[in-house]
Design a protein around this ligand. Structure first.
Ligand SMILES: NC(=O)C1=CN([C@@H]2O[C@H](COP(=O)(O)OP(=O)(O)OC[C@H]3O[C@@H](n4cnc5c(N)ncnc54)[C@H](O)[C@@H]3O)[C@@H](O)[C@H]2O)C=CC1
Ligand SMILES: O=C(O)CCC(=O)C(=O)O
Length: 366
């Protein structure tokens, strides 16, 4: 019998305590001395299929921080795949260290570790990983997606992620304002990396009043020059008068410290794991009347893209068509949240889990 694990806080201390608190199947710790590779792969749930999810490279301050991140990220992938109607499970990998450590040998060694899992985990891009990195990984394993189109892949998944996030934001705006038009709305995009910069383009095109922030000044200058968006300091963004907050950097920015300060009516962005604690902060947003577009639902475009590549016969138009469904799914989740007076993240998780349970039964042996 499958059981949904909703405990959001990763139990610290024992490894089994941590992986069982969120319902994971497997946690793989990889090390290679010559290249300095330190990788952790988390496989959350494979009821719907092998675990697919990107690799994040980050200079984590501790091993515990990296483990918590990979556990939370991989769990989100399970729900993302399920709610998007994909036949894959949830997994994710993190590489511990300065992204400058990456080179051909390092990435190929990582590819070998992925290969050793025999297809239980399939990788793709996440923060600080690019299509060119996937090409090195692909030299050692076929369990990799997000390859360039010239190599038969689906290319960078970020534009599709941005498209889905944009549609999810429109759906949330419709719930909050009665219209999905973003024209004239004050929108702050936090993090203008691979996804954020494409999201800004959609918003500017719709004549929203777009503010951008990042920790990289050069990036800010460039995106501001290209799109006309207004640059704001990362430290003041939670206090700004705004309509929509779009977290597109790292997770956990919606927390005890920020919710009280936020003056927006809508939160809709691409970052994974935006709520520091799903149960606590989901409820706080509900009580404050902020419409929250569940992260794993509206940022599923990238997963939809790499899934199409994984299945084979990648077709960009069909992939965008699939990502378009995010608008309607988001609307139905926000309606369910309102009707049942439950946080939207909870409504989305329940919907995703229902599919996993139902298909899990279909897959039982005859
Ligand atoms: N790339 C994709 O297709 C997908 C990405 N995501 C999530 O979306 C988020 C962004 O992903 P990418 O754009 O690919 O990553 P990225 O690494 O290209 O961009 C992240 C940006 O956030 C900035 N940043 C980091 N900390 C910040 C802070 N405290 N304040 C302001 N800016 C900060 C970075 O400088 C960088 O420009 C991540 O949480 C990722 O997991 C989710 C689904 C798919
Ligand atoms: O978009 C990607 O790179 C793959 C999917 C993924 O890792 C994610 O949605 O977080």
């Amino acid at each position: 019998m499958l059981e949904i694990k909703t405990e959001e806080k990763v139990r610290e201390g024992s490894i089994y305590g941590q992986i069982t608190s969120l319902g994971h199947e497997q946690l793989v710790v990889c090390y290679d001395e010559p290249t300095g590779l330190k990788a952790i792969i988390a496989i959350h749930n494979t009821v719907l299929g092998p675990a697919l999810g990107g690799t994040r490279m980050w200079n984590y301050t501790s091993e515990a921080e990296a483990i918590t991140d990979v556990l939370r990220l991989s769990r989100g992938m399970t729900f993302k795949a399920a709610i998007s109607g994909l036949n894959i499970g949830g997994g994710k990998a993190v590489l511990i260290g300065d992204p400058k450590l990456k080179n051909e040998a390092y990435l190929r060694r990582f590819g070998k570790f992925i290969n050793s899992l025999g297809g239980r985990y399939i990788t793709a891009e996440d923060v600080n990983m690019k299509t060119s990195d996937m090409e090195y990984i692909a030299m050692e394993t076929k369990y990799v997606t997000g390859l360039p189109e010239v190599r038969g892949g689906g290319g960078d998944p970020s534009p599709v992620t941005a498209y889905g996030t944009y549609l999810g934001m429109k759906s949330a705006a419709k719930k909050a304002y009665g219209s999905d038009s973003l024209t004239g709305k004050k929108i702050i995009v936090q993090g203008i990396g691979q996804v954020g910069k494409y999201l800004v383009e959609y918003l500017v095109k719709e004549n929203a009043h777009v503010f951008i922030t990042d920790i990289f000044e050069d990036r800010l200058k460039q995106v501001s020059k290209d799109t006309g968006a207004t640059v704001v300091d990362p430290n003041v963004i939670y206090d700004l008068e705004m309509d929509i907050y779009a977290p597109c950097a790292l997770g956990a920015t919606v927390n005890d410290q920020t919710i009280d300060r936020l003056k927006c009516q809508v939160i809709a962005g691409a970052a994974n794991n935006q709520l520091q604690d799903e149960a606590v902060h989901g409820k706080m947003l509900l009580e404050k009347g902020i419409t929250y577009a569940p992260d794993f639902l509206i940022n599923a475009g990238g997963l939809i893209n790499v899934y199409a590549e994984f299945v084979g016969g990648y077709n960009r138009d069909l992939t965008y068509k699939h990502a378009e469904k995010i608008y309607d799914i988001c609307t139905s989740i926000l309606d369910k949240s309102e009707k049942e007076n439950i946080p939207s993240q909870q409504a989305a998780t329940e919907m995703a889990w229902n599919r996993i349970e139902a298909i899990g039964k279909v897959k039982l042996p005859y």
